[in-house]
Design a protein around this ligand. Structure first.
Ligand SMILES: *[C@@H]1O[C@H](CO)[C@@H](O)[C@H](O)[C@H]1NC(C)=O
Ligand SMILES: *[C@@H]1O[C@H](CO)[C@@H](O)[C@H](O)[C@H]1NC(C)=O
Ligand SMILES: *[C@@H]1O[C@H](CO)[C@@H](O)[C@H](O)[C@H]1NC(C)=O
Ligand SMILES: *[C@@H]1O[C@H](CO)[C@@H](O)[C@H](O)[C@H]1NC(C)=O
Ligand SMILES: *[C@@H]1O[C@H](CO)[C@@H](O)[C@H](O)[C@H]1NC(C)=O
Ligand SMILES: *[C@@H]1O[C@H](CO)[C@@H](O)[C@H](O)[C@H]1NC(C)=O
Ligand SMILES: *[C@@H]1O[C@H](CO)[C@@H](O)[C@H](O)[C@H]1NC(C)=O
Length: 563
């Protein structure tokens, strides 16, 4: 007992104190059938993943809002977790300012409400048409306001009600077309925010996107193949003040990282989906690397409790079944459309958290056909997240990914199957995600060897690279103690800084039609309707430079080419 208290006090001492925080976007409406226990389970999972708070997406005047909030705050208080509001101005129309003030007065000083600089942190989904309301709302609530006015882009979002935003959230979490995601839009935001008075940026991170809800006029995919790995590396490079994961429980857009819940599938009915493409597709394993990568983001170094592998893939080759009208990209966002098969690869994707890849082999078994895997991305230094994929190559059957070192198995993920036939006879573009972690606790963290960075003048759309992890589904106390133990074992690593420049591409496709979209009357599945309007950065943004931390170097591995 004494030693636990000692560890706890030590933990408090070493924990990184900076304002960096990671939130997960939580669709409040999807919790209408949640018991208090459901809230506690979800919160326990989020805490285990080192997520700081749920950003509760709350649409105006839903009859279930009050009950959900009562339970959410009760559970958050019981488990010492935090919540904040993300007012959705599209889902059920704009919020009257008095209602916003009322909710913030009711909950803003709740001990479970997330505070920044002593103020309740508040965000939005769109709502820039009502931006000036926030002059009054802030006067009465003294909130810290980081709206997501992505339909405007960074420059106009700052101009629409000068002095009102205390920071900005962008919704640009997905790449356009077959290319991997870049950081142009993030850089634009960061530059405008910096120029406006060093305001904080909240960066969006998402693992996937597939929606097929004809009732809401939505049916497309964006490229999620390597996205979960790549995007976290970009977070480590850019070091934004805040990160918001999109999402915890939006099943209709397939980007959930929270647990599946049978009482949360209303969207498939209300959106007239021909089938439920989330059921049977757990994404929980996408949380496994979060303790590692979030600590890297917050303190510059992550700790590895156990080595392991996280694996994701779609369960049928793209051409196997009827497509159901899904496109890669969407004209509704002013994008050029592609067949989904040109955007998503028929691959098994894997990320492994390793103390070193020395003597390590990856073998991907699909129905008895074995392939040797390789790493497309490696961390800087031996310890960290290694990432790669192998093609299906027409194999079908159960997917087993084995990571071993000199013949000894580190982790073996025995997953779902790839098949030429599809449930409901329609191509499901959602991913299946699984993981396995080894049983040998890693005792130390290593200091990364600095890797030469490319010349500062080179255009550096940060792309590519990394991450998965540990601490999966163990009881919380076990995880916590393991975490404390690794914290204690680790010695602080000085961070090496290098300067580099991110330049804006010369030409951006800019679609005024998309920008003019405005609020179009809501539905429950509103998020992505505005989602990509973010994708219109300001072309006159100046070149920005930023200081990457040592993790940045991981981006520049051998497979990464300068633009
Ligand atoms: C929710 O609660 C607030 C105050 O607690 C009340 O003013 C409001 O009418 C309630 N809304 C609904 C839809 O029940
Ligand atoms: C919000 O803005 C819209 C568009 O300008 C306007 O029609 C509406 O009245 C505003 N809503 C509120 C609640 O102020
Ligand atoms: C929170 O704010 C409300 C409304 O201003 C007030 O009635 C209540 O006492 C406050 N609670 C705490 C704990 O400060
Ligand atoms: C879903 O389909 C039903 C019956 O075809 C139709 O009445 C309803 O309007 C549709 N819902 C949406 C949101 O389009
Ligand atoms: C809650 O459960 C009811 C009854 O099964 C269902 O009709 C409704 O769609 C569920 N709500 C959500 C958000 O899934
Ligand atoms: C997979 O099957 C297709 C169609 O039968 C064939 O054209 C292709 O060469 C096969 N690919 C591999 C890697 O075997
Ligand atoms: C770790 O131990 C558990 C429980 O004994 C076992 O199920 C699992 O397969 C082991 N993992 C590896 C990689 O050996």
């Amino acid at each position: 007992m004494k030693s636990i208290i000692f560890l706890l006090s030590l933990w408090r001492g070493v924990y990184y104190a900076e304002a960096a925080a990671v939130f997960a976007h939580f669709m409040l409406y999807n919790s209408e059938n949640f018991t208090l226990f459901d809230w506690e389970i979800n919160i326990a999972h989020a805490k285990k993943a080192h997520i700081d708070a749920f950003a509760l997406n709350i649409a105006y005047n839903f009859p279930t809002n009050n009950r959900s909030l009562t339970n959410a705050f009760a559970a958050a208080n019981a488990l010492d977790f935090h919540l904040l509001f993300s007012f959705d101005y599209v889902g059920n129309g704009p919020w009257p300012e008095g209602e916003v003030i009322g909710l913030l007065r009711q909950y803003g000083n709740n001990t479970a409400y997330y505070q920044h600089k002593g103020k309740p942190f508040v965000s939005t989904f769109e709502g820039s048409e009502n931006a000036t309301d926030w002059v009054t709302i802030k006067k009465y609530t003294d909130c810290f306001f980081v709206p997501g006015w992505s339909a405007l882009g960074a420059k106009d979002a700052l101009a629409v009600a000068p002095g009102v935003p205390d920071g900005l959230f962008s919704w640009a979490a997905w790449p356009e077309g077959p290319d991997p995601i870049n950081t142009y839009i993030d850089s634009t935001y960061m530059q405008w925010l910096k120029d406006t008075g060093d305001l904080p940026y909240m960066m969006p991170v998402s693992p996937w996107f597939y929606t097929n809800l004809p009732g809401y006029g939505k049916n497309w995919i964006w490229n999620g193949d390597n996205l979960w790995y790549d995007r976290w590396q970009q977070v480590l490079s850019l070091k934004p003040e805040f990160v918001e994961i999109i999402s915890w429980n939006d099943y209709g857009e397939s980007h959930y990282i929270g647990p599946l819940h049978e009482g949360s599938y209303a969207t498939f009915e209300s959106g007239n989906a021909s089938y439920n493409y989330a059921a049977g597709h757990p994404h929980d394993a996408w949380r496994d690397f979060l303790p590692y990568v979030i600590e890297q983001y917050k303190s510059g170094e992550g700790k590895i409790a156990k080595e392991g592998v996280t694996v994701w893939f779609r369960q049928a080759p793209g051409k196997a079944c009827v497509n159901g009208g899904t496109m890669g990209n969407t004209e509704t966002h002013g994008q050029k459309e592609f067949p989904p098969t040109e955007v998503l690869k028929d691959d098994v994707f894997y990320s492994a958290l390793l103390k070193s890849d020395s003597g390590v082999e990856v073998v991907v078994d699909i129905g008895g056909t074995l392939q040797d895997g390789s790493w497309k991305n490696k961390p800087d230094g031996p310890m960290g997240i290694y990432h790669g994929s192998v093609p299906f190559d027409n194999s079908t059957g159960q997917v087993i990914v084995t990571v071993s070192r000199r013949g000894k198995i580190i982790a073996e993920m025995r997953g779902a199957s790839v098949s030429e036939s599809c449930v409901d006879d329609i191509q499901n573009w959602n991913a299946w995600v699984g993981s396995n972690f080894g049983n040998n606790t890693v005792k130390h963290s290593t200091r990364p060897t600095p890797r030469p960075l490319p010349p500062a003048a080179a255009p550096a759309p940060v792309s590519a690279a990394s991450a998965l992890l540990v601490l999966g589904r163990m009881p919380f106390m076990v995880v916590f103690v393991a975490f404390v133990a690794t914290m204690v074992a680790a010695t602080a690593t000085p961070v090496g800084y290098e300067r580099m420049a991110v330049t804006m591409p010369a030409v951006f496709e800019y679609s005024p039609a998309v920008h003019a979209a405005g609020v179009d009357g809501g539905n429950l599945e509103s998020l992505s309707r505005y989602g990509n309007n973010y994708a219109c950065p300001q072309t006159d943004a100046p070149v920005m430079s930023f200081v990457p931390n040592d993790a940045t170097a991981a981006v520049y591995d051998s497979s990464w080419k300068l633009g």
